[in-house]
Design a protein around this ligand. Structure first.
Ligand code: DX5
Ligand code: ZN
Length: 220
């Protein structure tokens, strides 16, 4: 099971003056995806990056770009992010009354579609959409900022989601995002996470060393 766990460095924690170089280091160290956090200052309090960053990274990396939209009414921007070169687009259930439509739009562009839930949102929101999803992203912190601590109740939520996923769509990958470090990673993998998003853990210090340490933390 552990060999199939994927690592998705979140560039929110990168040095933006050296973004291309640091993404290349992630790729060389065996990262599976590059996770890009898009924030609008409305759905979440923070403002981060948009299409131009996706476009720039598409040119310099072969890795799939996992684009996490923390924006209101994400359906208004799906075509733009698809055109910019996103590989996966993830939308929040809390960000639009039309989450089903948003997921279909992502799929119509031929991209992998993901649904994201905040820590306070009932897991039932996954239930109906699971058969359509390529990724189910469980926020393990409140979205908006890097460097926060994992919310402990996330562990039980992950176990429940894992059961739901196994029953309704075994092909959907479970992704976790926020507060992932060398202590929490093995707990998450044990409970069924397939993709680990990590920002501050990977970009603070030596990237290759940090990715290797993360992988080792959950190895049997
Ligand atoms: C938070 C973002 C995360 C963030 C994780 O809103 O979705 O992807 O970069 O950062 P760390 O790994 O530092 O908790
Ligand atoms: Zn994210």
């Amino acid at each position: 099971m552990n060999q199939t766990v994927k690592i998705a460095p979140s560039v929110l924690a990168a040095d933006f003056a050296r973004l291309g170089e640091q993404v290349a280091q992630c790729e060389a160290a065996g990262a599976d995806f590059i996770h890009i956090d898009v924030m609008d200052g409305r759905f979440v309090p923070n403002i981060s990056m948009g299409m131009v960053v996706v476009e720039a990274l598409r040119k310099v990396s072969r890795l799939p770009l996992d684009v996490h939209l923390m924006i209101l009414e994400p359906e208004r921007y799906i075509a733009d992010f698809a055109l910019a070169g996103a590989s996966h687009i993830l939308v929040h259930a809390e960000a639009t009354p039309h989450v089903h439509r948003a997921i279909q739009q992502v799929k119509e562009h031929g991209l992998a579609a993901g649904l994201v839930l905040n820590p306070g949102t009932p897991l039932d929101f996954f239930e109906n959409l699971l058969p359509d999803l390529d990724e189910a992203l469980l926020m393990t912190v409140n979205p908006g900022f890097g460097g926060q601590q994992l919310i402990p109740s996330s562990l039980q939520r992950l176990e429940t989601l894992r059961q739901m996923r196994d029953q309704r769509n075994p092909n959907c990958l479970i992704e976790v995002d926020g507060g992932i470090n060398l202590e929490t990673a093995p707990q998450l993998v044990r409970r069924g996470a397939d993709i680990l998003v990590a920002g501050s853990l990977i970009f603070k210090g030596d990237i290759a060393h940090n990715i290797a340490a993360l992988r080792k933390s959950y190895a049997p």
